[in-house]
Design a protein around this ligand. Structure first.
Ligand code: NOJ
Length: 535
C-alpha cells in the first residue's frame, strides 16, 4: 500500500506560535506575564488554529538578558510560576490537542548558575573546565580579538583566579565548554528532564555558537563593516561560531530526542543558506528545523524574496523539511519593517510557502514596534550600544487583548509600556472585524490546515518581477493553489504563460476579492495578494 502523501509529522504540517512569556498575559498583577496567564489564553490560541506553542525561557534567572541567562535549568522562575503551574500548562495544552516547546539555552549559563560559581571558585575546581578559561597574553591582554554580540570584547578578567573567561553575550552569560563530555551529559540530562515532563520539543538558542575553534584563533576583520552596524560585526565570526564539530553535538541532542516519540528540535541559526542547511545533519541526524530567517534578514523586494525561496528549496537536503519565520523577540516586527499593508501580504507569504511557519505573538493582530523612551529601555543590547538603535524592547511589548486598562494584559504596571493605539488595535476588536489582520490570519491558518496542497504540497515557482511573486502549491488528487503577491505599493499585472489557468480567489489581503473568478491575466492593486483555488 502506498503511503498517504497528506500525512506528515505534527511539526511538518503544523504552525508554531512563539510566546514571549513576560509579555503575553499577567495573572498576579506584577506587570510581568506568567504561566497561569498563558493558561487563561489557550482558548484564543486554539481558536487561532496554531499547532504548537514555543515559550521563550521560563527558568530561574537573574534576568540580565531576560531569561536567556539561566541559573537553574530544571526549575521555573518565580516570576512565571511554579513547576506545578508548568505541569498544569502542559496538560492543558495537550488537552486541546496542541504541543508545547521550550527554549533550551545550552551555549551559556548565568554567571550565578552553581556550575559557574564552582568553576570560578578556583583553578583546580572540578568544574573549572566546564567553561572557557584562558590565561592573559604576556602583556596582560585578552586571549584573542573575539567580540561580544552585546558590545565590547568577549573576555572577562577574573581577578581572584587570574584568568579570562569567554562570553559571546553578556559577561553575566559565560559560555559553557561543549568540548567537555561532562557538560554534554549535563545538558542532555536537562533535555531528558523536560521531555520526561511531557514537552514536545525545544528551540535551541544560538546553536551555531556552541563549539568554538580549539586554538581560539583571531577572527578576521569584516571588510564590509559600516559604522551604523553593531560593533560585533566589525569581525567575521569564522573561528568563534559554526565550527565543524558543532554537528557532533547537535547529533547527540537529536539522539536524545529520538528516544522519545515525535519530539523535535529547532535550531536558532543565523547563517548563509549553505551553512544553515548543514544543521539538518548528515542523513537527517541533526536539527529537525534549522530556523530559516531569510524573510527577516532580506530586503522586502519581490525579486530578492523570490530568489531566496527558490534557493532555499534548491539547497534543502533530500529529507530536510523547510520552515519560515517573519518575526521573533530579537528583531523588529514585520509591520514596522514593511508597513501595515505589506504585513498582510507577508502573512499570505508566511502561511502559503512550503514548510512550517512560525508566528511571533502579536503579529497576528499587526502589533507594531512600540517606541520605548530612552529612560525606560531595558534590553542590554540597547543599553550597551545606545547610539545604534539596537534595543529589542520595541518588539517585546505586552499583548494587546482589549481596550481595558493595560490592554487586558495586567492589572499592575506593565514591565514595558503598551502601544499607544491598543484601544483600537486589540484582539477583542479585531475578532469581529472581517477586514482585520486577525481575521486574515485566522482564515489563512484555517485554509492551510484544511487544504493538503497548502499544508504539505509541492512548491512550484511560476513568476517574479520587481513587484510580483507567483507560485503554485500542489498535491496530487487535491485542489491546487496559485499564490500571487504584490510586494510593491503600485498596481501590478500578472499574465500567466499557461493560458488555461482559471480559478476562484479563496483568500485575499482585500476580502472584496474573495469568490471572484480569475483567469490567466490578473491586475492587482498595490499591496495586494491573492490565494487562488485553481479549477
Ligand atoms: C538568542 C536569543 O534569541 C536572544 O534573545 C538572546 O539575547 C541571545 N540568544 C543570548 O542568549
Amino acid at each position: 500500500m502506498e503511503a498517504d502523501a497528506t500525512k506528515h509529522l505534527w511539526w511538518q504540517e503544523g504552525i508554531i506560535y512563539q510566546i514571549y512569556p513576560r509579555s503575553f498575559q499577567d495573572s498576579n498583577g506584577d506587570g510581568i506575564g506568567d504561566l497561569p496567564g498563558i493558561l487563561t489564553r489557550l482558548d484564543y490560541l486554539s481558536e487561532l488554529g496554531i499547532t504548537a506553542i514555543w515559550l521563550s525561557p521560563i527558568f530561574p534567572s537573574p534576568m540580565a538578558d531576560f531569561g536567556y541567562d539561566i541559573s537553574d535549568y530544571q526549575g521555573i522562575s518565580p516570576l512565571f510560576g511554579t513547576l506545578s503551574d508548568f505541569d498544569a500548562l502542559v496538560a492543558a495544552v495537550h488537552g486541546r490537542g496542541m504541543k508545547l516547546m521550550l527554549d533550551l539555552v545550552p551555549n551559556h549559563t548565568s554567571d550565578q548558575h552553581p556550575w559557574f560559581l564552582e568553576s570560578r571558585s578556583s583553578r583546580d575546581n572540578p568544574k573549572r573546565d566546564w567553561y572557557i578559561w584562558q590565561d592573559a597574553l604576556p602583556d596582560g591582554a585578552v586571549p584573542n580579538n573575539w567580540l561580544s554580540m552585546f558590545g565590547g570584547n568577549a573576555w572577562e578578567w577574573d581577578e581572584p583566579t587570574q584568568q579570562y573567561y569567554y562570553h559571546a553575550f553578556l559577561k553575566e552569560q559565560p559560555d559553557l565548554n561543549w568540548r567537555n563530555p561532562e557538560v554534554q551529559e549535563a545538558m542532555l540530562n536537562v533535555m531528558r528532564f523536560w521531555l520526561d515532563r511531557g514537552v514536545d520539543g525545544f528551540r535551541v538558542d544560538v546553536m551555531w555558537h556552541m563549539i568554538k575553534d580549539e586554538m581560539l584563533r583571531d577572527n578576521p576583520v569584516n571588510p564590509n563593516y559600516q559604522p551604523h552596524m553593531a560593533t560585533y560585526e566589525q569581525l567575521l565570526p569564522v573561528y568563534s561560531t559554526d565550527q565543524p564539530d558543532v554537528h557532533d553535538v547537535v547529533m547527540q541532542m537529536r539522539h536524545v530526542l529520538n528516544s522519545y516519540p515525535e519530539r523535535m528540535m529547532i535550531g536558532e541559526i543565523y547563517l548563509p543558506l549553505h551553512q544553515l542547511v548543514a544543521y539538518y545533519g548528515v542523513d537527517g541526524k541533526g536539527a529537525h528545523l534549522p530556523f530559516n530567517f531569510q524573510l527577516l534578514t532580506l530586503p522586502w523586494e519581490a525579486r530578492q524574496i523570490a530568489a531566496a525561496v527558490d534557493q532555499y528549496e534548491g539547497v534543502l537536503p533530500v529529507d530536510g523539511w523547510p520552515n519560515w519565520v517573519l518575526g521573533n523577540h530579537d528583531q523588529p516586527r514585520i509591520t514596522s519593517r514593511v508597513g501595515k499593508e505589506q504585513a498582510r501580504v507577508a502573512a499570505l507569504l508566511l502561511l502559503t510557502l512550503r514548510g512550517t511557519p512560525t508566528i511571533y505573538y502579536g503579529d497576528e493582530i499587526g502589533m507594531r514596534d512600540v517606541p520605548i523612551p530612552f529612560e525606560e529601555v531595558q534590553d542590554p543590547q540597547g543599553l550597551n550600544m545606545p547610539d545604534k538603535n539596537l534595543s529589542r524592547d520595541p518588539s517585546r511589548t505586552p499583548m494587546q487583548w482589549n481596550k481595558s486598562p493595560n490592554a487586558g494584559f495586567s492589572e499592575g504596571k506593565p514591565w514595558l509600556r503598551l502601544a499607544r493605539d491598543f484601544a483600537r488595535e486589540n484582539v477583542e476588536r479585531q475578532k469581529e472585524d472581517p477586514y482585520s489582520m486577525l481575521t486574515l490570519y485566522r482564515r489563512l491558518i484555517k485554509l492551510r490546515q484544511q487544504e493538503p496542497s497548502l499544508r504539505v504540497g509541492d512548491y512550484v515557482p511560476v513568476y517574479s518581477d520587481t513587484q510580483l511573486i507567483a507560485y503554485i502549491r500542489q498535491l496530487e488528487g487535491h485542489p491546487r493553489f496559485l499564490i500571487l503577491l504584490n510586494l510593491s505599493h503600485r498596481p501590478g499585472y500578472f499574465k500567466a504563460k499557461d493560458s488555461s489557468l482559471t480559478g476562484v480567489v479563496a483568500i485575499a489581503t482585500s476580502p472584496d476579492w474573495e469568490g471572484t473568478p480569475v483567469n490567466d491575466t490578473i491586475s492587482l492593486s498595490g499591496d495586494e495578494g491573492l490565494v487562488i483555488r485553481l479549477t
